[in-house]
Design a protein around this ligand. Structure first.
Ligand SMILES: Nc1ncnc2c1ncn2[C@@H]1O[C@H](COP(=O)(O)OP(=O)(O)OP(=O)(O)O)[C@@H](O)[C@H]1O
Ligand SMILES: [Mg+2]
Length: 277
């Protein structure tokens, strides 16, 4: 996989706001950015992932649905390097990042390509938005203050939150906090973004705004998105793939029309009915 990332540029706007430039992004739509094969994971003797195969492609939104406890978060955490599977392989682009029960050396070279956003607000309450965004890049990457600030402005612009750069996270609404959390993940210029129920705590109209931000990221920046959500309207409108987890297995992996309108899987039908009503 080419190492090119989203690069910063000065946009020709009135206020000269920096934006994330997609021209240097190497990932082309359809390029396989994540490939997981035969993932298995047990906790205390209970099998949670049963030989799971999963792919994410540049410029695609993959919506992951399934009952509580079916293994959705475990899969995302395995891809993000937060949980190690017991067996199986994970590749990011062409690099094998997990094999033989352990992370490979290659993982360190691509882990900043992988961003993750969680359900609960994970911003530091005693810091303003800018400080929240630049903390990790400054500390972990030793990024210079000026570059970090430029990048923060660009990331906030992407999610429509630039005007809140100096606000304290405690002053923001739930939807605004989640948009800042997305911006924070964008600081590392990820090629893929894993979102675990990031709108579950939000009112439907606010959730729709946050999901719209994700759709723009996919369309304008070609980021590959995997999204665990119970929002079936979004899944059927915006997803390129729908993955239905049932008892640790991917029971359905299909385009939304096929998954929802021509569904032959009884478990999925039951799940969709239960979520809709
Ligand atoms: N670190 C852990 N230690 C022990 N058990 C775990 C751990 N992480 C997950 N589990 C168990 O694995 C199962 C699957 O969890 P997971 O979080 O992947 O489910 P999920 O599909 O995301 O569910 P939900 O919709 O409730 O978020 C659950 O029964 C959970 O209790
Ligand atoms: Mg979960």
């Amino acid at each position: 996989m080419n190492p090119a990332h989203l690069a910063l540029k000065k946009a020709p706007t009135m206020d000269n706001a920096p934006t994330l430039d997609t021209t240097e992004q190497a990932s082309r739509k359809g390029e396989v950015l994540v490939s997981a094969r035969g993932l298995e994971k047990s906790f205390y003797g209970r099998t949670i992932l049963k030989h799971v195969d999963f792919e994410m492609k540049a410029g695609d939104i993959t919506v992951i649905i399934g009952k509580s406890g079916s293994g959705k978060s475990t899969l995302l955490r395995a891809i993000a390097g937060l949980t190690d599977p017991d067996n199986g392989e994970i590749s990011i682009g062409e690099k094998t990042v997990f094999a033989d029960g352990a992370r490979t050396k290659e993982w360190n070279t691509v882990k900043s390509d992988v961003g993750m956003v969680f359900q609960t607000y994970t911003l530091w309450p005693h810091m303003n938005v800018l400080e929240n965004l630049i903390l990790a890049p400054r500390k972990r990457l030793g990024m210079k203050a000026g570059e970090a600030r430029d990048r923060a402005e660009a990331a906030l612009e992407e999610v429509g939150m630039r005007h809140h750069i100096l606000s304290r996270s405690t002053q923001l609404s739930g939807g605004e906090r989640q948009r800042v959390a997305i911006a924070r993940a964008l600081m590392m210029k990820p090629k893929l973004l894993l979102c675990d129920e990031i709108t579950s705590a939000l009112d439907p109209p606010v959730a729709a705004e946050v999901l719209e931000v994700l759709r723009r990221l996919k369309e304008e920046d070609g980021i590959a998105l995997a999204l665990v959500t119970h929002d079936m309207a979004f899944a059927s409108k915006a997803a390129d793939r729908v993955v239905f987890f049932h008892e640790g297995e991917i029971a359905v992996n299909a385009a939304p029309a096929e998954a929802f309108d021509h569904c032959t899987n009884e478990e999925l039908k039951r799940f969709v009915d239960a979520v809709r009503f």
